[in-house]
Design a protein around this ligand. Structure first.
Ligand code: PLP
Length: 388
């Protein structure tokens, strides 16, 4: 019996139902195993952040940059992002239309809040990064998964067009893609923009892997295409190409009204990113040498990984075009992806079975952002398990 003024027997009030069944991405498979296990799981660069960034961070603290400041990020940093986007991706956004966020994740959350109301539908291209679906569900939007093409993981344009309903408000794209490694062509991007124009939809473009492109065509942001600028919310950040995951820095850029909404969202939640990090983030954007050096290493590691996996019968590897993942079809081994991941873990290699996400059944995701020795050792262990 509940006696007024006293908590119920559990001692805790009820938690709101928005958390019922909410996923946490790949988290169950990202737990660090024992030190003897080789980890091919974490989507995190095996490098340290550039020295210039570390020095600028320390200087930021020493200079006393520890107080509240401009919510969207310092003028210097927003201008640096605007210049960076123009220089590397041909994107035209002014510094007033950039909001610096605590990681790309927060920028994604703001963009979903800007594009949808509860009950509205958001098109995802499946399989997609494990956090998108729970994040949309958290704010009451309805994820609608449209499978990508089986042969190359590129978008199926007709299927996207067919999935649009009265309730659709946005299409989420992530090129280069985690987990598949696909890099969409400029024509595919334009076709998606055309669908968005026809149905008056937002495009949320997660471009966090935009510098990690191994194709002979470049990364194309939908905001650079005809009719794309006024409906694209660009999400990006420092975690991947500058190896700054723990510094929690990302950004959102897009049309002025949408960015005003983003500033309001941030003002009522995070306020801003740490003040002493802002100059360091601007410094990072000029560290092209580090980005290029990391990329040379990733390419080398990618080739070692693909070469090793292709030698093992039962595994089908579609060459990844970008990011630092290989998406491997394991159905030829006769095992489910969960059985394969469990067996690999017993053999001493941790990887992610992607039936945890919609459209990922029969595949495992391998990250080659790890160091070269861990790739060689993991391949030796898989070979001993599968082949010998
Ligand atoms: C596709 C994708 N988007 C966004 C993020 C989040 O990046 P951040 O560390 O900037 O929040 C990740 C990280 O794994 C990712 O893979």
């Amino acid at each position: 019996m509940f006696i007024s003024g006293q908590p119920p027997a559990s001692g805790m009030p009820e938690i709101s139902s928005r958390y019922d069944g909410l996923g946490v991405g790949f988290a169950p498979y990202l737990q660090p195993p024992g030190p003897e296990v080789v980890r091919w799981t974490v989507g995190e660069p095996g490098f340290d952040a550039p020295t210039e960034v570390i020095e600028a961070t320390i200087k930021g603290l020493e200079d006393g940059n520890t107080k509240y400041t401009r919510g969207a990020g310092s003028m210097e940093l927003c201008q640096a992002v605007s210049d960076y986007l123009a220089r590397h991706h041909g994107i035209d956004v002014g510094m007033d239309d950039v909001v610096i966020t605590p990681g790309a994740k927060q920028a994604l959350l703001y963009s979903f809040m800007i594009a949808t109301m509860p009950g509205d539908e958001a098109i995802l291209l499946a399989p997609s990064w494990a956090s998108y679906e729970p994040m949309l569900s958290l704010i009451g939007a309805v994820p609608v998964n449209v499978p990508v093409r089986k042969d190359n993981f590129h978008p199926d344009i007709d299927a996207i067009a067919a999935a649009v309903t009265e309730r659709t408000r946005m299409i989420l794209i992530n090129s280069p893609c985690n987990p598949t490694g696909a890099v969409f062509t400029p024509d595919e991007m334009q076709a998606i923009v055309d669908i968005a124009i026809e149905h008056d939809l937002w495009i949320v473009s997660d471009e966090i892997y935009a510098r990690l492109v191994w194709t002979d065509y470049p990364h194309t942001s939908p905001s650079t295409l005809s009719g794309g600028k006024e409906r694209t919310l660009i999400v990006n950040g420092w975690s991947k190409s500058w190896a700054m995951t723990g510094m929690r820095l990302g950004f959102l850029a897009g049309p002025p009204d949408a960015m005003r909404a983003a500033v309001k969202t941030q003002a009522n939640s995070a306020s801003h990113v740490p003040t002493f990090m802002m100059h360091a983030a601007a410094v990072a954007l000029d560290c092209d040498d580090s980005v290029e050096e990391f990329n040379r290493e990733y390419l080398k590691r990618r080739d070692i990984m693909i070469g090793g996996l292709e030698e093992m019968s039962g595994l089908r590897v579609i060459e990844p075009e970008g990011a630092f993942y290989v998406f491997v079809d394991v159905t030829g081994t006769g095992m489910s992806d969960i059985e394969f991941a469990d067996g690999a873990l017993e053999a001493g290699v941790q990887l992610i079975p992607t039936s945890l996400i919609t459209g990922g059944e029969g595949f495992v995701r391998i990250s080659y952002a790890t160091d070269e020795e861990a790739i060689h050792e993991g391949l030796r262990r898989l070979r001993a398990w599968l082949v010998d």
